[in-house]
Every structure is written in C-alpha cells, then in structure tokens.
Design a protein around this ligand. Structure first.
Ligand SMILES: [Zn+2]
Length: 80
C-alpha cells in the first residue's frame, strides 16, 4: 500500500526508456527546452510542463526530482 506513491510506475519507466514523455508521449529528444545541470546531465522540459533529467553517459531519461526542477528554474526563469 502506497508503495508506488510518488514513484514512477514500471509502465512509465518503459515509455521513458524509449525517450518519450510518459504523460504526453512526445519525443524527449525533440524537446528544445534543455538546461545543463552538470557536464553529464541536463534537465529537459517537455512541452506538457513535466521535467526530466537526461544522462549523456547512460543516454537515458528519468523524472526530475522537485528539488532539481527548483534549482534549475530559479537559475532560468524564462520557462514559467
Ligand atoms: Zn510531456
């Protein structure tokens, strides 16, 4: 009970593995709204408003943590 609350579901993870936004199925590789976090990671904002972290090393996307979104959006206000 509550095990998956706040966590990404296995289905959503599979969609993400295909580099697609689980919420709107847009291709995340096609999203232009990207901000570097480190030399290896970048935050990618989907057109539907969700944020993801892309690892250049793993070539994979994951959901961005709320604190990561906040840290990025406070640096760059133009997204909201
Ligand atoms: Zn989306």
């Amino acid at each position: 009970m509550g095990l998956f609350k706040g966590l990404i579901s296995p289905i959503q993870k599979r969609i993400l593995d295909h580099k697609m936004c689980p919420a709107c199925t847009r291709s995340l590789d096609n999203q232009d709204n990207r901000q570097p976090i480190t030399t290896e990671m970048e935050m990618v904002f989907c057109e539907c408003g969700r944020a993801y972290v892309y690892s250049r090393l793993l070539r994979k996307y994951r959901r961005a943590l709320p604190q990561e979104v906040q840290a990025t959006t406070t640096r760059t206000v133009r997204f909201y």
